[in-house]
Design a protein around this ligand. Structure first.
Ligand SMILES: NC(=O)c1ccc[n+]([C@@H]2O[C@H](COP(=O)([O-])OP(=O)(O)OC[C@H]3O[C@@H](n4cnc5c(N)ncnc54)[C@H](OP(=O)(O)O)[C@@H]3O)[C@@H](O)[C@H]2O)c1
Length: 328
């Protein structure tokens, strides 16, 4: 192992900058992963854009990235769930580097059928979408409405719900051009809208009853439009706020339908709590990843030193799937 490594830093300029920094040592409960590929999440560009604001003098430098795939290079004391050489994918802050430190509970084994480029596209989507379905007490045979379903984690949500036996998956996008992408991922019904007609379209698709479970990635008024599209005693889980965190809801829809509403934000919980979410996802959905029922949907693969292209693509909401960086 070399003493220094290449890593991507945000906060010093409008785009990520490559730097040479010391390879870190894993502490108690940590693993050091030689990353081979990493993938972008919406949070990466949000953080990049908010960390560099020269007009206000704000420049907060940080090691970028949240999601990676690679090989275990070293383990710290107590990190005994993995071994050196194991192929793993996982989540941590500071993932855009040749060597990545992670909590040993926050990595998952990579099935043999997947390469590193594919594997790095999955962990955040798997743990978030499975975690949200679990919070919604999803059961085989239920119907699921997924808003903002073309988002990188939403696409994994469509596949995960189908793999776990959803009878009907309804997926939303604002773009007619992305309808085929959602059908290919397994959506039974695609609603092209971000307006109030979402409610009627979801009711029409469920014989007027509404869906059992909503996984909402959009927030804003889309969240409010989901409530009257949910059946009596159904569950609505807010995962993302792509259209903003404010929503004016109809309390009649909430009360008359006896809805269960909750939010999830797995990356900002306690490490042991995230470890339990990861472990449950591994148990329940890894067989479906191994046999191809859940497949990473890759938009594009970029060189590490061309990361600015990847960030621009993410900002423009052009991607049809995950945006990947190969690690040198
Ligand atoms: N709760 C958690 O633990 C957790 C974990 C990870 C991510 N998240 C959140 O989940 C959301 C999705 O993350 P991601 O990384 O998968 O996102 P992403 O890939 O950047 O999502 C992009 C897609 O979202 C849709 N979109 C963007 N702005 C929108 C708007 N104003 N209204 C409606 N749709 C919009 C667009 O789809 P169309 O063009 O097809 O409409 C776009 O292609 C984010 O809000 C993120 O912060 C939450």
């Amino acid at each position: 192992m070399t003493a220094t490594m290449t890593a991507l830093f945000g906060g010093a300029a409008p785009q990520w900058q490559t730097r040479q920094i010391p390879v870190p040592e894993p502490g108690p409960g940590q693993v050091l992963v030689r990353a081979r590929a990493v993938s972008l999440n919406n949070a990466d560009v949000q953080q990049l854009d908010s960390s560099f604001a020269p007009a206000t003098g704000k420049k907060t430098e940080y090691l970028a990235g949240y999601e990676f795939a690679g090989d275990i290079a070293a383990t710290g004391p107590g990190a005994d769930s993995v071994h050196i050489g194991d192929r793993v994918m996982g989540t941590t802050q500071g993932a855009f580097a040749q060597y990545v430190l992670a909590d040993h509970r926050h990595v998952m084994p990579i099935p043999e059928s997947l390469g590193h480029d594919e594997a790095c596209a999955l962990p955040t989507g798997l743990l978030t979408e499975h975690g949200a379905l679990t919070r919604a007490r999803f059961r085989t045979g239920q119907s699921v409405l997924i808003t903002g379903a073309t988002s990188s984690i939403g696409l994994t949500g469509v596949q995960t719900a189908k793999a776990l036996g959803a009878s009907l998956v309804i997926a939303t996008t604002r773009s007619k051009a992305k309808e085929a992408l959602l059908k290919k991922a397994g959506a039974d019904t695609v609603i092209v809208t971000d307006g109030p007609d979402l409610t009627q379209a979801a009711l029409d698709a469920t014989g007027g009853e509404g869906v059992d479970v909503v996984l909402d990635h959009v927030g804003g008024q889309t969240f409010a439009n989901c409530l009257p599209a949910t059946r009596v005693d159904g569950h609505v889980v807010n995962i993302g706020r792509l259209d903003g965190p404010q929503s004016t809801i109809d309390l009649d829809a909430l009360s008359y339908r006896h809805l269960h509403v909750r939010g999830v934000s797995f990356g900002f919980g306690r490490p042991e709590a995230l470890g339990r979410v990861v472990a449950a996802a591994v148990d329940d959905v890894m067989p479906a990843v191994a046999d191809g029922r859940i497949r990473p949907v890759i938009d594009s693969v970029h060189a590490f030193d061309q990361a600015h292209e990847a960030a621009d693509r993410m900002r423009g909401h052009q991607a049809h799937g995950k945006i990947i960086l190969t690690v040198p």
